[in-house]
Design a protein. Structure first.
Length: 185
């Protein structure tokens, strides 16, 4: 029997050794538990630093910059008063036509009556100078409003007369604003 007992005891020792882990002492167990908590925390901190390290503007964070604030509170529009007498020399109808009107009226772009085309200008001329001037100042169809732009209303009126007369009209040159106000005194 002692041979069988030795064999059984050896079998138990081999069986216990097979189930034994790498942790053999309480000190090793304490270190394993400590590092089991420490390693994931360090990894999370490193990942968070990696993601937030580069300066990336977040949604809405640009809104506090001075330029953005100034852009939000600026006036929607502005008024520029022009005095015809201090503006210097008034432009002729031809000069205004070349500067502002020729892009469309020179080529007939977007349905604009071409410069000098009497057939296209005929029905418009019949409506009268005031109607043509109103269309030029307020806009009509694809033509944007011209009044209050780079040129004065008087200069726009001169260009309307210039274009209409080249299209067959016989409109008189409008009187300068200073001459009109002096005549009324």
């Amino acid at each position: 029997m002692s041979g069988n007992q030795d064999h059984a005891h050896a079998s138990n020792t081999a069986h216990d050794a097979a189930h034994e882990g790498p942790i053999k002492t309480p000190k090793q167990l304490a270190l394993a538990v400590f590092f089991a908590f420490l390693v994931p925390i360090v990894v999370i901190i490193l990942l968070a630093n990696y993601v937030t390290n580069d300066p990336k503007p977040a949604a809405g964070s640009v809104g506090l910059q001075e330029q953005a604030t100034a852009a939000r509170i600026q006036p929607i529009g502005s008024i520029e008063l022009k005095d015809a007498s201090s503006a210097g020399v008034l432009k002729t109808g031809e000069q205004v036509f070349q500067a502002q009107c020729s892009a469309c009226h020179g080529t007939g772009a977007m349905g604009a009556p071409k410069f000098g085309d009497t057939a296209a200008w005929g029905p418009r001329i019949k409506s009268g100078f005031d109607a043509l001037l109103h269309s030029a100042l307020k806009g009509k169809g694809a033509m944007s409003p011209q009044g209050g732009g780079e040129h004065s209303d008087f200069e726009i009126a001169r260009s309307v007369v210039y274009m209409a007369n080249q299209g067959g009209a016989k409109f008189d040159e409008p009187k300068a604003p200073a001459a009109a106000s002096a005549a009324s005194n």
